[in-house]
Design a protein. Structure first.
Length: 228
């Protein structure tokens, strides 16, 4: 084989490998299940403490006409961490600064904390699905232009999995069902009862809070697996 021919063969091999790597990153490992369908590309992320606000509450906090500024897009399309942050004040003036707002604005304002966050604020928060504020405490949110008093809406958002129709069919679940998550790490564990949140455009993603992520050392996990 001539040097030129060998170089061309090497270039072709390199290009094929780069293409395979790019496809793997885009579409997952491509492994098929027993029934021949592609294995879903599971992503597990820690959702740190944050809040959601209505447009009206945003303007009370940041001024009339204010719009959220995108700081970083989130994994789910159309959602983002905003540049705007607030301070949350609990009983006896305990507070946590730099509580990030997630966008876009919603039709209700709420705060999502891990238990350790709530304890530091002196709040007893229930575990709830987003939007379920029954029996939940309130708090004060401070912005640069004003404040809002939430009468309720401070919760620990229960661990959950965002899922689209194709992946829901793969796991055999519907909206509101429960799945379990196995995390393999030096602090591995099985987290039970993840709430299934089915939406047409959702990408497969598990949300844990910081307490849960730290407990299983998610940053050093070697494998994660969803199962019924």
């Amino acid at each position: 084989m001539s040097t030129a021919t060998g170089a061309r063969a090497l270039d072709r091999t390199l290009v094929e490998r780069l293409v395979r790597d790019a496809l793997r990153k885009q579409f997952g490992d491509g492994k098929a299940s027993a029934n021949g369908t592609r294995k879903p590309n599971l992503v597990v992320n820690v959702s740190a403490r944050h809040c959601h606000v209505t447009q009206a509450d945003l303007e009370r906090l940041f001024g009339a006409g204010h719009k959220l500024t995108v700081h970083k897009p989130l994994y789910q399309d159309g959602f983002f961490a905003a540049a705007e942050t607030v301070t949350i004040v609990g009983p006896r003036h305990r507070l946590i600064a730099n509580l990030r707002i997630l966008g876009p604005c919603r039709d209700h304002s709420q705060v999502e904390l891990a238990f350790t966050d709530a304890i530091s604020l002196g709040l007893d928060v229930p575990v709830r699905k987003s939007g379920d504020h029954r029996d939940s405490p309130g708090a004060i949110l401070l912005g640069p232009k004003g404040f809002i008093q939430l009468q309720k809406g401070v919760i620990r958002h229960e661990r959950h999995v965002h899922i689209g129709p194709e992946d829901a069919a793969y796991y055999g679940v519907k909206d509101g069902d429960r799945l379990n998550l196995k995390v393999q790490s030096d602090c591995g564990a099985i987290l039970e009862g993840l709430l299934v949140r089915l939406a047409p455009a959702a990408k497969l993603e598990v949300h844990l809070d910081t307490d849960e992520g730290n407990a299983v050392n998610l940053a050093r996990a070697t494998k994660v697996e969803l199962f019924k």
